[in-house]
Design a protein around this ligand. Structure first.
Ligand SMILES: [Zn+2]
Length: 312
């Protein structure tokens, strides 16, 4: 099994300033720990790549892409109602997140690597026409549209174990039966963005292709393991051709902005089980995206556990 992990200063740059929960120090925190565990000697380390405008437009509206460019050049104000500030160069930094994810898609589809992890990625709140919750461009959404437009893949599975509901992905594909969605998140009655109720299962022809599992605040690994098999059954029903895993580390106990209490073992379990499922149904094609996680020790341990699980 060959696994690629992305690292480099251009990818670290996506962040909202030192001291911010989503600061530019997150990638370094992960990488230092990963190296201490010898991960860099077991995976292929790949460099970040910037996406061009045409790639963004596979998911985002031209007016929104223009707005991010303008605010990035000005370097002030917000890209949404007040969660996601603009800073000089945020457009370029966000293009690197998307471009790196698309590079990972490409090396997986070419068969140059079996599975990959992009640590700073999985920006699942961004909508087609707006930023939200620290997410400027939705790399998950761009990856899904790119798999279809460029590689002829139809059925993509998106699995999300971040503490927050992946609303930007869910609502963009709510009526799309070919996007198989499974999301375990802290119950929206207690946490941003407030969505992802169990009865949100998709619209119209897509009814039943989406699985939302709200978890009670303070849920543990035991609760996670009890809920998890439903995710596997859901994916197996629809035989995906490619699997995306948003493995946000903010679902681990001790995160400063959420209330779930998993350990990195939950992330290891999800990645290991999806690796096995990908091996059975889609030639091993599995791409993990780091997602949230605001406690540096937690994100370092969780993402390292995911990469180790991908290695098998
Ligand atoms: Zn999150």
């Amino acid at each position: 099994m060959s696994v690629s992990v992305y690292n480099g200063p251009a990818l670290a740059r996506y962040g909202f300033g030192q001291g911010h929960p989503f600061g530019p120090d997150r990638l370094g925190a992960f990488w230092r720990y990963a190296v201490s565990q010898g991960l860099d000697r077991r995976v292929e380390v790949r460099a970040p790549v910037a996406a061009g405008r045409e790639a963004l437009l596979r998911f985002h509206t031209p007016a929104y892409v223009d707005r991010v460019m303008t605010r990035s050049a000005a370097g002030t104000g917000y890209l949404d109602a007040g969660d996601t500030p603009a800073y000089p160069g945020i457009y370029e930094a966000a293009c690197v997140v998307v471009g790196t994810v698309l590079d990972a898609v490409d090396v997986i589809m070419r068969g140059d690597t079996d599975a990959a992890l992009v640590p700073i990625a999985g920006l699942h709140h961004a909508r087609r026409d707006s930023a939200a919750g620290f997410c400027v461009f939705n790399d998950c959404g761009v990856a899904i549209e790119t798999l279809r437009a460029v590689y002829g893949i139809r059925r993509v599975a998106y699995v999300d174990i971040d503490a927050h509901h992946g609303d930007g992905v869910y609502y963009a594909f709510e009526s799309d039966p070919a996007l198989i969605f499974a999301d375990l998140h802290e119950d929206g009655r207690y946490l941003y963005p407030g969505t992802g109720a169990a009865d949100e299962t998709g619209q119209g022809a897509a009814q039943g292709t989406k699985l939302n599992i709200p978890m009670a605040p303070r849920s543990t690994d035991e609760d996670f393991l009890r809920a998890w098999p439903a995710v596997e059954h859901h994916l197996e029903r629809f035989e995906p051709e490619f699997i995306l895993l948003q493995c946000g580390a903010d679902s681990i106990a001790g995160d400063p902005i959420t209330d779930l209490c998993y350990t990195p073992d939950a992330h290891r379990h999800a990645a290991a089980r999806l690796r096995s499922l990908a091996g059975r149904c889609c030639a091993g094609r599995l791409l993990a995206l780091g997602g949230g996680g605001y406690n540096r020790d937690n994100l370092a341990a969780a993402w390292t556990a995911v990469a180790e699980a991908l290695l098998g």
